[in-house]
Design a protein. Structure first.
Length: 144
């Protein structure tokens, strides 16, 4: 609730809200699996495979330094480009985007039949949009 109130206060005060994942430099959140495989952005994808992407690894730290894998993540990992297309679609269509910043990669993938470029997910609807709407409604009802 406090996050929503801080966000609303910044917007109503004419300030830019605190940077969110999609408006800040991306945090690659590299996750290293037991075999050295590195998955970016979404630890939940470690261990899964996909016919379009094989697995979700950017590379392996046993073969390539982690810094190189992070720096080259978008070139080495086709699904990341698809994910950013989904974030851009959310930015263009969702009124809650400034608060939410776009859905998480694993939610997009599993809720959109193996695609990362879909927009709204159940997680987004229930954990982000509903929270923003509920706190906003509560604030309006108790404004005076």
């Amino acid at each position: 609730m406090q996050r929503v109130l801080n966000f609303a206060g910044a917007v109503l005060g004419g300030h830019d809200p605190v940077p969110l994942p999609a408006s800040a430099p991306w945090d690659p959140l590299p996750t290293v699996a037991h075999n050295g495989g590195v998955v970016m952005l979404s630890p939940e994808l470690a261990g899964f495979t996909d016919i379009r992407f094989d697995d979700f690894h950017t590379g392996n730290v046993l073969d390539t330094a982690l810094g190189i894998l992070v720096a080259e993540a978008e070139q080495r990992t086709p699904w990341i480009t698809e994910f950013w297309a989904g974030v851009d679609a959310c930015r263009a269509t969702c009124p809650a985007f400034a608060f939410c910043g776009g859905a998480h990669p694993a939610n997009r993938y599993f809720e959109h039949a193996g695609r990362f470029d879909g927009t709204r997910t159940r997680y987004c609807t229930s954990a982000k949009i509903a929270l923003l709407e509920g706190v906003t409604r509560h604030a309006r009802e108790h404004a005076h």
